[in-house]
Design a protein around this ligand. Structure first.
Ligand SMILES: *Cc1c(COP(=O)(O)O)cnc(C)c1O
Length: 385
């Protein structure tokens, strides 16, 4: 019933029904929380299929299968945070290896690459991945992988996934896509040619701003086997209760993503006409430079908007004056959040790089929630003053 690369059901149905539910023989509709560390063996040399919860736990397993089904992958692994998932990915590489990465990335990913990866002799080459030519010319003999985020955080630049996959295939590289912003509801990188999808499950997949989680999804069984070994050996696995919260959150992913996007389209259009807003970065705006690629590879534009205000004072005033909107560092939940990338998500980026990317004292990032769009706009209106 559940076949890997060809899901037999629509994404919204997979959100609700996840995977085959053989976690309970009671008929329980909700997947039980198996709060157990280990499993008793029925006899010598016999196992129920579960031995120890670091290796596997039925609640986590159901969640992992759900994510794999949503992304069209052959398997998935659940981690306690997105950064733990990315850290496990780094175990695939060693000294002398090079990774090509988008030059506009989540700040924590850059921190991991520039410190932990660098300490292990892994070199990351940052390029503008919106240009396939730039990606291609960055390939060198040591290159082992391409890591992209699309749309990027916070500048909302888009990378052509299928085009990047063709470069990866030709050069025998792994293509890794951080799909946190659009989620498999709007974008499925694996059918477009990605080898690995990584997620901060803390964001839209959880959806309620109350749990941290991370995922790796693999297109191929061999890569999955390697990563499962790393996952079990290093031990960063999601707890049964947090797995349950993620299963619960994902049930409404389709509804939430539609509403996030509907609100974001309205808010982006409104911001465009505000005299104190100089520029709006949203992939769904008709004049976004990458709108055609977005339309080709994704079924929606998501709920993230960045905006450049006219001056620092306006940006700071918005952060001080918002009432309904919360000034907090994260995204993807039901509540609308405003983030100041300069001092929050991207504070650890070298100044020069930050400025080159447009992350300045005037830039704000909005994670549009599922409240009434009119109420969010009214709050922005009073805050912009
Ligand atoms: C938040 C985020 C991460 C890191 O995930 P955590 O769950 O916070 O560890 C990675 N990539 C993107 C795009 C993110 O937004």
């Amino acid at each position: 019933m559940w076949c890997k690369h060809e899901p037999t059901m629509e994404t919204s149905t997979i959100c609700v029904h996840g995977a085959e539910n053989n976690t309970s023989n009671t008929g329980a509709v909700a997947v039980p929380i198996y709060q157990t560390a280990m499993y008793a063996h029925p006899g010598v040399g016999r196992s129920t299929g579960y031995d120890y919860s670091r290796t596997q736990n039925p609640t986590r397993e159901y969640l992992e299968k759900t994510i794999a089904n949503l992304e069209g992958g052959c398997g998935a692994l659940a981690f306690p945070t997105g950064m733990a998932a990315e850290t496990a990915l780094l175990e695939l590489f060693g000294a002398g290896d090079r990774i090509i990465a988008s030059d506009d990335l989540y700040g924590g990913t850059v921190r991991l690459f520039d410190n932990m990866a660098a300490n292990r002799g892994i070199k990351v080459d940052y390029v503008n991945t919106s240009s396939l030519r730039d990606i291609e010319s960055a390939v060198s003999p040591g290159t082992k992988a391409i890591f992209i985020e699309t749309p990027t955080n916070p500048m909302m630049k888009v990378t052509d996934i299928a085009g990047t996959s063709a470069i990866a295939r030709k050069n025998n590289l792994l293509l890794i896509v951080d799909n946190t912003f659009l989620t498999p509801f709007f974008q499925k990188p694996i059918p477009l040619g990605a080898d690995i999808v990584v997620h901060s499950g803390t964001k839209y997949l959880c959806g309620h701003n109350d749990t941290l989680a991370g995922f790796i999804v693999c297109a191929d069984g061999k890569v999955e086997e390697k990563l499962r070994f790393i996952h079990n050996s290093t031990g960063a696995c999601l707890s049964p209760f947090d797995s349950y919260l993620l299963i619960r959150g994902i049930k409404t992913l389709a509804l939430r993503m539609k509403r996030h996007e509907e609100n974001a389209l309205a808010i982006a259009a409104w911001l465009r006409s505000h005299p104190k807003v100089k520029q709006v970065f949203y992939p769904g705006l008709a004049d976004h430079p990458d709108i055609e690629i977005s339309r080709k590879q994704a079924s929606g534009f998501g709920g993230m908007i960045s905006l450049e205000t006219d001056c620092e004072a306006t940006a700071l005033k918005v952060l001080e004056k918002v009432r309904l909107i919360l000034f907090a560092e994260s995204l993807g939940g039901v509540e609308t959040l405003v983030t100041y990338p300069l001092t929050q998500t991207h504070a650890d980026l070298p100044k020069e790089k930050r400025e080159r990317n447009g992350i300045n004292e005037r830039l704000l990032r909005l994670s549009v929630g599922i409240e009434d769009a009119g109420d969010i706009i009214a709050d922005l209106e009073q805050a912009l003053g």
